[in-house]
Design a protein around this ligand. Structure first.
Ligand SMILES: Nc1nc2c(ncn2[C@@H]2O[C@H](COP(=O)(O)OP(=O)(O)OP(=O)(O)O)[C@@H](O)[C@H]2O)c(=O)[nH]1
Length: 411
C-alpha cells in the first residue's frame, strides 16, 4: 500500500513540476509578443503621425545618419551626404501618408495678382492720374507728381526723369484729355518697369541645367524661407522635381519651417539638426542629393545675417563654392521686403556685391503702397524683379507681370 501511495505521490509531484515549467515558458512567450507588438504600434503611430511628428522623426533620422557632420569639412561632408542619401531613399520609399497639396499654376496666380493689386488702394497711380487729369497743370502740380512718385518709392532719378518726360509731352500735345494722359502714363510706367525684360527663372529655360540650382539670399525677415517654400510649390505646379536645402542654420526654426513647406508638396528637405552648423555643409549635401535624385531644381535657403559685409561675403561665397563642387549655381535670388522701401535698397546692394544676384523677389507687396520699388530696385541693381510675394498664403507668389502690375496700380 505504502509503495502505491509513494508512486502516486511521485507522479503528482512530477506533473506539478512539468505544469510550472510550461506556465513559466508560455508567460515568457507572451511577454516577448507584447514587446514586439508594442514596437510595431510605435512605428505605426510614427507612420500615421502628424506633420510635426513626422518632422521630428525625420529630424532624428538625420541626426543618426549625420552625426556631427554639420560642422565638418567638405570631404567628411561627402561621407555624411552618402549616409543622408541612403536615409533619404529609405524615406522616399515610405508610403505616402497624407494627400499632398496641388499647388496653383503660374497662370492662375498671375490673374490673382492683377485682381489683388487692382483691389488694393494704392495711391501711386491714382494720385498721379488725378493731378494729370487737370485741364492745365501748374508748376506745383508737377512737383506733386514728383512727390507722389518719390513716396511710392520710384526713386529720385527715375521720378525726375518721368516727370520731365510727362512735362515735355504735355507741352507738345497741348491740352490733354484724361484718357490720353492715362494712356501716356501707362506707357511711361511700363517703360520704366521694363515691358520686354526677360524675367524667366533660369531653371525654367529650355537649356537649363538639371538640377538647376537657386540660392535665396536677403536680410532676415524679408521672407526668404517662406519664398523658398512657395517657389518649391511653383515648380511642383509646373511638374518639376524639387529638393530644398535648409542652409539657414542660424535660425533653428527655419529648417522646420522649410520641412513643413516641403512635406505639403512631397519635396525632400536636406537639413542639419545642429543649430549653427556650417551652412555650406548643408548646401553641399543638398547639391549632392539633388544630383543623386536627378532633381530638376534645388532651392537653397540661407540665413544671410548682415553682421558685416566681410562676414556675409565669406558665408555666401563659401556656400556658392561648396555647392559648385557638385553643381553649378544658376540663380541667386535676392528676397526684398517691399514694405522697407528705399531702406531695403542699401542692404540689397550689399548682397549684390557679396554674391552677385540674378533676380529679385519682392515680397509683401500686398502690404505695401510702394509698388514703385520695382522700378528703383531694377535700376539700382541692374537685375529684373522676377517674382512677387502677395501674401502669406502658400501660393501667394507669382511671376512678375509688368502689364498686370501697371494696370493694377493705375486702376
Ligand atoms: N504679407 C506677406 N507676408 C509675407 C510674404 N512673404 C513672407 N511673408 C511673411 O514674412 C515673415 C518672415 O518670413 P520668413 O520666410 O520667415 O523670413 P526669412 O527671411 O526667412 O527670415 P530669417 O530666417 O530670419 O532670415 C513670415 O511671417 C512670412 O509669412 C508676402 O509676400 N506677403
Amino acid at each position: 500500500m505504502n509503495v502505491i501511495i509513494g508512486i502516486v505521490a511521485g507522479i503528482v509531484a512530477i506533473a506539478v513540476i512539468v505544469g510550472v515549467i510550461f506556465a513559466v515558458r508560455s508567460s515568457r512567450r507572451r511577454n516577448q509578443r507584447d514587446i514586439q507588438d508594442g514596437s510595431r504600434i510605435g512605428g505605426g503611430a510614427e507612420a500615421a503621425g502628424s506633420e510635426g511628428g513626422e518632422g521630428a522623426a525625420r529630424q532624428s533620422q538625420y541626426s543618426a545618419a549625420r552625426g556631427a557632420a554639420g560642422d565638418t569639412e567638405v570631404p567628411s561632408q561627402a561621407q555624411s551626404a552618402g549616409a543622408n542619401a541612403a536615409q533619404a531613399s529609405a524615406e522616399s520609399e515610405k508610403p505616402a501618408r497624407s494627400p499632398l497639396d496641388a499647388p496653383e499654376s503660374a497662370t492662375s496666380r498671375i490673374s490673382r495678382l492683377k485682381a489683388r493689386l487692382a483691389k488694393s488702394s494704392n495711391p501711386f497711380g491714382k494720385a498721379l492720374f488725378n493731378i494729370l487729369a487737370k485741364d492745365q497743370l501748374a508748376e506745383s502740380d508737377w512737383e506733386d507728381v514728383e512727390d507722389t512718385l518719390l513716396l511710392a518709392d520710384v526713386g529720385a532719378q527715375a521720378s525726375g526723369e518721368l516727370v520731365e518726360e510727362l512735362r515735355r509731352d504735355a507741352r507738345i500735345v497741348g491740352e490733354s484729355d484724361p484718357a490720353q494722359v492715362r494712356t501716356a502714363l501707362r506707357g511711361k510706367l511700363l517703360d520704366l518697369v521694363g515691358r520686354d525684360t526677360d524675367r524667366s527663372l533660369n531653371a525654367d529655360r529650355a537649356d537649363a541645367n538639371t538640377p538647376s540650382v537657386i540660392i535665396m539670399v536677403g536680410v532676415n525677415g524679408t521672407g526668404k524661407t517662406t519664398t523658398a517654400g512657395k517657389l518649391a510649390r511653383l515648380f511642383v505646379a509646373g511638374g518639376k522635381k524639387v529638393v530644398l536645402g535648409a542652409a539657414d542654420t542660424f535660425r533653428a526654426a527655419a529648417a522646420d519651417q522649410l520641412e513643413t513647406w516641403g512635406a505639403r508638396v512631397g519635396v525632400p528637405v536636406v537639413r542639419s539638426d545642429k543649430d549653427g552648423a556650417d551652412p555650406a555643409s548643408v548646401a553641399f549635401e543638398a547639391a549632392q542629393r539633388a544630383k543623386d535624385e536627378q532633381a530638376d531644381v534645388l532651392i537653397i535657403d540661407t540665413a544671410g545675417r548682415l553682421q558685416n559685409k566681410a562676414n556675409l561675403m565669406d558665408e555666401l561665397g563659401k556656400i556658392r563654392r561648396v555647392t559648385e563642387k557638385n553643381l553649378p549655381v544658376d540663380e541667386v535670388l535676392l528676397v526684398l521686403d517691399a514694405t522697407t522701401g528705399q531702406n531695403g535698397m542699401a542692404q540689397a546692394k550689399v548682397f549684390a556685391e557679396a554674391i552677385g544676384i540674378t533676380g529679385v523677389v519682392l515680397t509683401k507687396l500686398d502690404g505695401s503702397a510702394r509698388g514703385g520699388i520695382v522700378i528703383s530696385v531694377q535700376r539700382e541693381l541692374g537685375v529684373p524683379v522676377k517674382l512677387v510675394g502677395l501674401g502669406e498664403g502658400p501660393d501667394d507668389l507669382a511671376p512678375f507681370d509688368p502689364e498686370g502690375f501697371v494696370d493694377g496700380i493705375l486702376a
